[in-house]
Design a protein around this ligand. Structure first.
Ligand SMILES: [Zn+2]
Length: 178
């Protein structure tokens, strides 16, 4: 069981909910999406308490899993749709906060959530394939980190600097990948 993994407490979950609301607003503005367009994105954001065993990983702060949904009232293949689940890894987030006191949960979780929402928008707009090659995934990571930085640089949030510093290496040229 995963009961021994540390979980975000109710106060921290409230901070996460605020980050979700702000992240959604910032990302939809960035991509100039209307409310209706945004609602057509099918995703959910869950913390550890609501993750199944295989959705829990060790290391990353979050992962996006794609599920195939089926509309119950139709039988044709076209009745399926992609559904994305952003799985926040409480234990990894809490470990990072513990190890780096300069990071605050509010800006840190806003970065994580904004980043994952950008991934989802890019999948849904077919700007990126979910099953891309490892090299392409690395390039996409750099692109998504750059977009996250751009969005959050212009956002009215405090204590962002230590978070940007933490993710800094993602915004350097990635010629080391060859
Ligand atoms: Zn990413």
């Amino acid at each position: 069981m995963n009961d021994e993994l540390k979980r975000l407490d109710p106060d921290q979950i409230r901070v996460i909910n605020e980050s979700v609301a702000l992240g959604e607003e910032l990302v939809s503005n960035h991509f100039k999406m209307s409310v209706n367009e945004w609602l057509r994105l099918r995703y959910d954001i869950k913390t550890l308490a609501n993750l199944a065993g295989e959705e829990i990983i060790h290391g990353p702060f979050a992962q996006v899993i794609r599920y195939e949904g089926k509309r119950p009232d139709r039988q044709l293949g076209s009745a399926t749709y992609d559904f994305y689940k952003i799985c926040l890894q409480d234990h990894a987030i809490l470990d990072a906060l513990k190890g780096m006191p300069e990071l605050a949960l509010s800006p840190f979780s806003l970065y994580i959530i904004t980043h994952e929402l950008i991934h989802i928008v890019r999948f849904c707009k077919f700007l990126q394939r979910f099953d891309a090659s490892p090299e392409e995934r690395m390039r996409e990571e750099a692109r998504v980190h750059a977009a996250t930085h751009e969005i959050l640089s212009a956002a009215p949030v405090t204590e962002m600097a230590p978070v940007f510093k933490f993710y800094d290496e993602w915004r350097r040229p990635i010629d080391r990948l060859n």
